[in-house]
Design a protein around this ligand. Structure first.
Ligand code: SF4
Ligand code: SF4
Length: 283
Protein backbone atom coordinates (compact mmCIF):
# COMPACT_ATOMS: atom_id res chain seq x y z
CA UNK A 1 0.00 0.00 0.00
CA UNK A 2 1.08 3.61 -0.45
CA UNK A 3 2.39 5.22 2.70
CA UNK A 4 -0.34 6.74 4.89
CA UNK A 5 0.27 10.24 6.22
CA UNK A 6 -1.09 11.74 9.43
CA UNK A 7 -0.46 15.26 10.79
CA UNK A 8 -1.10 15.99 14.47
CA UNK A 9 -1.26 19.67 15.48
CA UNK A 10 -1.84 21.36 18.80
CA UNK A 11 -0.11 23.50 21.39
CA UNK A 12 2.38 22.74 24.13
CA UNK A 13 0.97 20.72 27.02
CA UNK A 14 -1.75 18.92 25.04
CA UNK A 15 0.17 15.67 24.63
CA UNK A 16 0.67 15.94 20.86
CA UNK A 17 4.13 14.37 21.03
CA UNK A 18 2.87 11.49 23.14
CA UNK A 19 -0.06 10.92 20.77
CA UNK A 20 2.39 10.87 17.89
CA UNK A 21 4.55 8.26 19.63
CA UNK A 22 1.45 6.12 20.26
CA UNK A 23 0.40 6.26 16.60
CA UNK A 24 3.94 5.43 15.41
CA UNK A 25 4.11 2.49 17.82
CA UNK A 26 0.67 1.20 16.77
CA UNK A 27 1.81 1.25 13.15
CA UNK A 28 5.05 -0.56 14.07
CA UNK A 29 3.04 -3.16 16.02
CA UNK A 30 1.03 -3.69 12.83
CA UNK A 31 4.18 -4.53 10.88
CA UNK A 32 4.60 -1.27 8.97
CA UNK A 33 7.68 0.82 8.40
CA UNK A 34 7.21 4.14 10.19
CA UNK A 35 8.83 7.56 9.97
CA UNK A 36 8.00 10.47 12.22
CA UNK A 37 9.08 14.08 12.63
CA UNK A 38 8.15 16.76 15.14
CA UNK A 39 8.40 20.46 15.69
CA UNK A 40 8.01 21.52 19.30
CA UNK A 41 6.88 24.94 20.42
CA UNK A 42 7.25 26.50 23.83
CA UNK A 43 5.25 24.06 25.89
CA UNK A 44 4.55 26.37 28.82
CA UNK A 45 3.65 29.35 26.69
CA UNK A 46 1.15 27.81 24.34
CA UNK A 47 3.63 27.37 21.51
CA UNK A 48 2.61 25.35 18.47
CA UNK A 49 3.52 21.66 18.29
CA UNK A 50 3.13 19.61 15.12
CA UNK A 51 4.06 16.04 14.31
CA UNK A 52 4.08 14.20 10.98
CA UNK A 53 3.77 10.41 10.88
CA UNK A 54 4.05 8.31 7.75
CA UNK A 55 3.68 4.52 7.68
CA UNK A 56 3.41 1.80 5.04
CA UNK A 57 5.28 -1.07 3.43
CA UNK A 58 8.19 1.28 2.66
CA UNK A 59 8.47 4.93 3.70
CA UNK A 60 11.12 7.22 2.23
CA UNK A 61 10.52 10.52 4.04
CA UNK A 62 9.30 11.44 7.53
CA UNK A 63 7.55 14.58 6.31
CA UNK A 64 4.00 14.51 4.98
CA UNK A 65 3.99 16.55 1.76
CA UNK A 66 1.48 19.36 1.28
CA UNK A 67 -2.00 18.17 0.24
CA UNK A 68 -1.29 14.55 1.07
CA UNK A 69 -2.19 13.81 4.71
CA UNK A 70 -4.91 11.18 4.99
CA UNK A 71 -5.86 12.49 8.40
CA UNK A 72 -5.27 15.83 10.11
CA UNK A 73 -5.82 15.70 13.86
CA UNK A 74 -6.19 19.08 15.55
CA UNK A 75 -6.00 19.16 19.32
CA UNK A 76 -7.09 22.79 19.10
CA UNK A 77 -9.29 24.44 16.45
CA UNK A 78 -7.00 27.26 15.26
CA UNK A 79 -4.01 24.91 15.02
CA UNK A 80 -6.11 22.51 12.94
CA UNK A 81 -6.98 25.36 10.55
CA UNK A 82 -3.34 26.34 10.32
CA UNK A 83 -2.31 22.89 9.07
CA UNK A 84 -5.22 22.42 6.68
CA UNK A 85 -2.97 22.79 3.58
CA UNK A 86 -1.42 19.42 4.47
CA UNK A 87 -4.71 17.56 4.25
CA UNK A 88 -5.31 15.80 0.93
CA UNK A 89 -8.58 16.38 -0.90
CA UNK A 90 -11.11 14.07 0.72
CA UNK A 91 -8.87 13.51 3.77
CA UNK A 92 -10.42 13.38 7.24
CA UNK A 93 -10.20 16.18 9.79
CA UNK A 94 -10.53 15.21 13.44
CA UNK A 95 -10.55 18.12 15.83
CA UNK A 96 -11.13 18.79 19.50
CA UNK A 97 -13.54 21.69 19.91
CA UNK A 98 -11.16 23.14 22.47
CA UNK A 99 -9.94 26.69 21.81
CA UNK A 100 -6.69 27.97 23.26
CA UNK A 101 -5.82 31.60 22.68
CA UNK A 102 -2.03 32.22 22.82
CA UNK A 103 -1.21 34.53 25.73
CA UNK A 104 0.63 37.02 23.55
CA UNK A 105 -2.27 37.28 21.11
CA UNK A 106 -5.30 37.30 23.35
CA UNK A 107 -4.91 40.76 24.81
CA UNK A 108 -4.25 42.91 21.77
CA UNK A 109 -7.34 42.40 19.69
CA UNK A 110 -8.94 45.66 20.80
CA UNK A 111 -6.75 47.49 18.34
CA UNK A 112 -6.19 44.79 15.74
CA UNK A 113 -9.78 43.56 15.72
CA UNK A 114 -8.71 39.98 15.03
CA UNK A 115 -11.10 37.56 16.73
CA UNK A 116 -10.52 33.85 17.27
CA UNK A 117 -11.61 32.05 14.08
CA UNK A 118 -15.24 30.90 14.26
CA UNK A 119 -15.47 27.30 15.37
CA UNK A 120 -17.58 26.19 12.45
CA UNK A 121 -16.69 23.34 10.04
CA UNK A 122 -18.87 24.91 7.34
CA UNK A 123 -16.12 27.54 6.94
CA UNK A 124 -13.87 24.79 5.52
CA UNK A 125 -16.55 22.93 3.56
CA UNK A 126 -15.23 21.58 0.29
CA UNK A 127 -11.64 21.48 1.55
CA UNK A 128 -11.93 18.21 3.49
CA UNK A 129 -13.64 14.86 3.44
CA UNK A 130 -15.26 13.86 6.71
CA UNK A 131 -14.98 16.32 9.62
CA UNK A 132 -15.22 15.01 13.16
CA UNK A 133 -15.56 17.94 15.56
CA UNK A 134 -15.56 16.35 18.99
CA UNK A 135 -15.54 17.49 22.59
CA UNK A 136 -12.41 15.46 23.40
CA UNK A 137 -11.52 17.54 26.45
CA UNK A 138 -15.07 17.27 27.82
CA UNK A 139 -15.16 13.51 27.24
CA UNK A 140 -11.79 13.04 28.96
CA UNK A 141 -12.91 15.23 31.88
CA UNK A 142 -15.99 13.08 32.35
CA UNK A 143 -13.74 10.01 32.44
CA UNK A 144 -11.75 11.62 35.24
CA UNK A 145 -8.79 13.41 33.66
CA UNK A 146 -8.90 16.13 30.99
CA UNK A 147 -5.30 15.30 30.11
CA UNK A 148 -6.52 12.13 28.41
CA UNK A 149 -8.11 14.30 25.68
CA UNK A 150 -5.23 13.33 23.40
CA UNK A 151 -6.27 9.66 23.68
CA UNK A 152 -9.87 10.63 22.85
CA UNK A 153 -8.63 12.43 19.72
CA UNK A 154 -6.51 9.42 18.72
CA UNK A 155 -9.52 7.14 19.18
CA UNK A 156 -11.38 9.31 16.68
CA UNK A 157 -8.33 9.29 14.36
CA UNK A 158 -8.26 5.47 14.49
CA UNK A 159 -11.61 5.41 12.67
CA UNK A 160 -9.77 6.48 9.52
CA UNK A 161 -6.70 4.22 9.80
CA UNK A 162 -6.16 0.50 9.24
CA UNK A 163 -4.57 -0.31 12.60
CA UNK A 164 -6.08 -2.85 14.99
CA UNK A 165 -7.42 -1.98 18.43
CA UNK A 166 -4.89 -4.43 19.90
CA UNK A 167 -2.01 -2.51 18.31
CA UNK A 168 -3.36 0.81 19.60
CA UNK A 169 -3.85 -0.54 23.12
CA UNK A 170 -0.32 -1.96 23.25
CA UNK A 171 1.05 1.37 22.07
CA UNK A 172 -0.94 3.34 24.64
CA UNK A 173 0.23 1.00 27.42
CA UNK A 174 3.84 1.53 26.33
CA UNK A 175 3.82 5.33 26.36
CA UNK A 176 1.37 6.71 28.94
CA UNK A 177 2.23 6.74 32.67
CA UNK A 178 1.50 3.23 34.08
CA UNK A 179 -1.25 4.34 36.43
CA UNK A 180 -3.18 6.01 33.62
CA UNK A 181 -3.12 3.13 31.11
CA UNK A 182 -6.71 2.02 31.79
CA UNK A 183 -8.00 5.59 31.70
CA UNK A 184 -6.25 6.32 28.40
CA UNK A 185 -7.49 3.12 26.79
CA UNK A 186 -11.01 3.99 27.94
CA UNK A 187 -10.57 7.51 26.54
CA UNK A 188 -9.32 6.03 23.24
CA UNK A 189 -12.44 3.88 22.88
CA UNK A 190 -14.64 6.83 23.84
CA UNK A 191 -13.03 8.73 20.95
CA UNK A 192 -13.82 5.88 18.58
CA UNK A 193 -17.50 6.33 19.39
CA UNK A 194 -17.57 10.11 19.83
CA UNK A 195 -20.32 12.01 18.04
CA UNK A 196 -19.55 15.07 16.00
CA UNK A 197 -20.73 18.28 17.67
CA UNK A 198 -23.14 20.84 16.36
CA UNK A 199 -21.11 24.09 16.43
CA UNK A 200 -24.26 25.89 17.52
CA UNK A 201 -24.02 24.04 20.84
CA UNK A 202 -20.52 25.33 21.55
CA UNK A 203 -20.48 28.46 23.70
CA UNK A 204 -18.73 31.51 22.30
CA UNK A 205 -15.33 32.34 23.73
CA UNK A 206 -16.52 35.76 24.87
CA UNK A 207 -13.30 37.47 23.86
CA UNK A 208 -14.90 40.50 22.37
CA UNK A 209 -15.45 43.14 23.49
CA UNK A 210 -12.86 43.51 26.22
CA UNK A 211 -14.19 45.17 29.35
CA UNK A 212 -13.27 48.86 29.41
CA UNK A 213 -10.44 49.21 31.86
CA UNK A 214 -7.67 51.72 32.05
CA UNK A 215 -4.13 51.01 33.09
CA UNK A 216 -1.29 53.16 34.33
CA UNK A 217 2.15 52.62 32.79
CA UNK A 218 4.81 53.39 35.35
CA UNK A 219 8.42 53.59 34.11
CA UNK A 220 11.23 53.73 36.66
CA UNK A 221 13.56 56.14 34.88
CA UNK A 222 16.50 55.29 37.10
CA UNK A 223 16.33 51.63 36.17
CA UNK A 224 15.28 51.92 32.53
CA UNK A 225 18.22 51.60 30.14
CA UNK A 226 16.09 52.65 27.13
CA UNK A 227 16.93 49.29 25.56
CA UNK A 228 13.93 49.46 23.23
CA UNK A 229 12.52 46.02 24.05
CA UNK A 230 9.18 47.15 25.43
CA UNK A 231 8.33 49.58 22.60
CA UNK A 232 9.12 46.87 20.09
CA UNK A 233 6.84 44.26 21.69
CA UNK A 234 3.93 46.39 22.95
CA UNK A 235 1.03 45.18 20.78
CA UNK A 236 -0.87 48.45 21.28
CA UNK A 237 2.00 50.85 20.45
CA UNK A 238 1.70 52.53 23.85
CA UNK A 239 5.46 52.97 24.11
CA UNK A 240 8.16 54.45 21.88
CA UNK A 241 11.72 55.68 21.89
CA UNK A 242 11.93 59.43 21.26
CA UNK A 243 14.52 61.23 19.13
CA UNK A 244 16.99 61.13 22.02
CA UNK A 245 16.44 57.35 22.23
CA UNK A 246 14.63 57.69 25.57
CA UNK A 247 11.62 55.58 26.45
CA UNK A 248 8.34 57.52 26.41
CA UNK A 249 4.75 56.53 27.02
CA UNK A 250 2.86 57.76 23.97
CA UNK A 251 -0.60 56.24 24.38
CA UNK A 252 -1.46 55.07 27.88
CA UNK A 253 -5.17 54.87 27.06
CA UNK A 254 -4.56 52.11 24.54
CA UNK A 255 -2.88 49.88 27.14
CA UNK A 256 -4.81 46.62 27.60
CA UNK A 257 -2.83 45.54 30.67
CA UNK A 258 -1.28 42.53 28.91
CA UNK A 259 1.93 43.07 30.88
CA UNK A 260 4.21 41.83 28.11
CA UNK A 261 6.40 44.87 28.74
CA UNK A 262 6.66 44.02 32.46
CA UNK A 263 7.46 40.39 31.80
CA UNK A 264 10.09 41.08 29.15
CA UNK A 265 11.85 44.11 30.63
CA UNK A 266 15.31 42.86 31.68
CA UNK A 267 15.60 45.61 34.32
CA UNK A 268 12.21 45.42 36.04
CA UNK A 269 11.87 49.07 35.06
CA UNK A 270 8.25 49.13 33.91
CA UNK A 271 5.14 48.38 35.89
CA UNK A 272 1.50 48.24 34.86
CA UNK A 273 -1.17 49.04 37.41
CA UNK A 274 -4.93 49.40 37.15
CA UNK A 275 -6.50 52.45 38.79
CA UNK A 276 -8.03 51.77 42.20
CA UNK A 277 -11.63 51.67 40.95
CA UNK A 278 -10.76 49.03 38.34
CA UNK A 279 -8.86 46.67 40.63
CA UNK A 280 -10.39 43.59 42.17
CA UNK A 281 -10.81 41.13 39.36
CA UNK A 282 -8.93 43.30 36.90
CA UNK A 283 -5.68 41.30 36.99
S1 SF4 B 1 2.19 49.04 27.70
FE1 SF4 B 1 2.72 46.99 28.37
S2 SF4 B 1 0.85 46.24 29.35
FE2 SF4 B 1 0.27 47.99 28.11
S3 SF4 B 1 -0.37 47.10 26.17
FE3 SF4 B 1 1.78 47.65 25.98
S4 SF4 B 1 2.91 45.77 26.49
FE4 SF4 B 1 0.80 45.52 27.21
S1 SF4 C 1 12.31 47.04 28.37
FE1 SF4 C 1 12.73 47.96 30.35
S2 SF4 C 1 14.76 48.83 30.15
FE2 SF4 C 1 14.04 48.41 28.08
S3 SF4 C 1 13.07 50.33 27.41
FE3 SF4 C 1 11.47 49.10 28.32
S4 SF4 C 1 11.38 49.74 30.46
FE4 SF4 C 1 13.32 50.44 29.65
Amino acid sequence: MNARGVVLAGVGGQGVVLASAVLAEAALQSGYEVKQSEVHGMAQRGGAVVSHIRYGEAVASPVVPLSSADVLAGFEWAEALRWMPYLRPGGALVVDARRIVPPGACRDHRRWGVPYPPLDPTTIAGRTGEVLLIDATGIASELGNAKAANSVVMGAVSRFLDLSDAAWEKAIARFVPPRTVDLNIEAFHAGQGADTLDPADIPELGLDPLPERHYHIDVNEEWCKDCGICPSICPEFCLALDDAHRLVVVDEEACTGCRLCEVLCPDFAIRITAPVEARGGAR
